[in-house]
Design a protein around this ligand. Structure first.
Ligand code: NAD
Length: 452
């Protein structure tokens, strides 16, 4: 392990908090700042603001070792680190316009308070040109104060996945450094040294604009793979083929690879949809229509309605009065993140059609409750079996491990209509059917029926 470095992280969210805890574990002296005072006060008392496997223990040991501290004091945050990371949220609206207000607020604060040289690192996902904008804001603040500190701005996009953020931080596939300043590259290289086994392969240094675009291109490619497979799933349904077999068949090809090829109820989360929209919007403004990505988004939008369409088909359009058990609300397993979750589309469509829902998720219920509130056609359940009680059908929306091997005989007994809609293709159709339950997956031609 190299010598410890002083680091400030602005933003104690899914990325900022995971990154901060991993840097602290590696021995760096980390101060993690957030504008949300309640979040910081909670963290100081050991209360986690989010669910991420392994993170709570890592935060606790960082606090105990004294390498991880939290603050809501902007001035203290600006003073601490030799490297200052901006890891705040960058939401996009429905048109794909990215709201950079939080990024700019941090840049302005650094410009106002910093009293010595620094490296500012943009880790938030933000459009090409954002680092230059951050530099301009910083420069403006410094000029107003009449000080001439050397403050460089680099780009270092984050590729971690929610649900395995700690592992991804500790063992990144690659670290992209966007900077043409040797001092900045050297600082970041030393900071990341504990996480890098093979610098030749894992450290990618490039100009800032390319680094900014790399993040969007990566998410766009991942989203495209999913929408591609969801489209193939339609073909499989029409052709009477099984998309899961097709997935194995193509995933074994080294040029394609096995990851991100699951057909399902559509992608969600805080990143893929937002970043695809933002890229389409940015290219559009530059005068170029991104046809592939527009289709990726449109396909995903449609896919989020797929489970509901299968239900409508199964019940011959008579959804009103039905009760549906929904297993899983989070946009994926091992997170409590509800942003853009496909479950939200299913619930809204079921309610609009006059159905009731009984939901259970191992981690996301508090966040879901904040979003949805309490209503008469929604029952929050404490366990997966409770959600089945008195329900007509079961919809599996998020493939948490605890849903993978249920007791199908019990399900058959509980469900009035004995039907499962498997939005993640985790069940074996034959096993489900042998328990006397009708089965619908996504793109599993044999049992999904041939839908138009
Ligand atoms: N979540 C992911 O899986 C993921 C993966 C890669 C990249 N990213 C990108 O990383 C960035 C952060 O994402 P996230 O999911 O961690 O967001 P998040 O919403 O979980 O956390 C952002 C945090 O920043 C804080 N914040 C806002 N303004 C601030 C300010 N002026 N000073 C200090 N703190 C401030 C917020 O209070 C919040 O706690 C986004 O740009 C996102 O696109 C996210």
């Amino acid at each position: 392990m190299g010598p410890a470095m002083k680091v400030t992280i602005f933003g104690a969210g899914y990325v900022g908090l995971s990154f901060a805890a991993c840097l602290a574990e590696a021995g760096h002296e980390v101060l993690c700042a957030d504008a949300d005072l309640a979040r910081i006060e909670g963290l100081q008392r050991g209360l986690m603001p989010l669910h991420e496997p392994g993170l709570e223990a890592l935060v606790a040991s960082g606090i105990a070792a004294g390498t991880l501290r939290f603050t809501a004091d902007e001035r203290a945050a600006c003073a601490h680190g030799d490297l200052l990371f901006i890891v705040v949220n960058t939401p996009a609206d429905a048109q794909g316009r990215v709201d950079l207000r939080h990024v700019i607020a941090v840049a302005a604060a650094i410009g106002r308070h910093r009293d010595r040289d620094a490296l500012v690192v943009c880790k938030s996902t933000a459009p090409v040109g954002t680092a230059a904008q951050v530099e301009a804001v910083l420069g403006g603040e410094l000029a107003q104060r009449g000080v001439r500190h050397r403050i460089a701005v680099a780009v270092n996009p984050e590729f971690l996945r929610e649900g395995s953020a700690v592992r991804d931080c500790r063992q990144p596939d690659r670290v992209v450094i966007g900077s043409e300043d040797p001092w900045a590259v050297d600082l970041l290289t030393r900071l990341y040294a504990p996480f890098i086994q093979d610098p030749q392969r894992q450290l990618l240094v490039m100009d800032r604009r390319s680094a900014e675009l790399t993040k969007y291109a990566a998410n766009a490619m991942l989203a495209a793979r999913i929408s591609f497979m969801n489209e193939m799933a339609r073909v499989a349904e029409l052709a009477g083929a099984d998309i899961d077999a097709v997935r194995r068949g193509i995933g074994a090809d080294r040029r394609i690879g096995p990851d991100f090829l699951q057909a399902g109820a559509g992608y969600g989360g805080s990143c893929l949809a937002k970043d695809v929209r933002a890229l389409v919007h940015a290219a559009d403004r530059g005068g170029h229509a991104l046809r592939i990505l527009a289709a990726v988004e449109a396909t995903n939008h449609e896919q989020k309605g797929r489970l509901f369409d299968l239900m409508t088909h199964h019940f011959g359009g008579r959804i009103a009065g039905k009760t549906v058990a929904v297993w899983g609300l989070a946009f994926k397993p091992d997170t409590d993140d509800m942003r853009d979750a496909p479950s939200l589309v299913l619930l809204q469509r079921l309610w609009a059609a006059g159905a009731r829902v009984q939901v259970y998720d191992p981690a996301a219920m508090p966040n879901a409750r904040d979003l949805l509130g309490d209503r008469e056609d929604l029952r929050w359940c404490a366990t997966a079996p409770e959600a089945l009680q008195g329900a007509d059908a079961l919809a599996l929306v998020t493939e948490w491990d605890e849903f993978r091997r249920p007791d199908f005989a019990h399900i058959a007994k509980e469900l009035r209509a004995a039907v499962i809609f498997d939005g993640r293709n985790v069940y074996d159709a034959a096993e489900v059917e042998s328990a006397g339950i009708a089965y619908y997956g996504i793109g599993r031609g044999r049992s999904s029926l041939r839908l138009g």
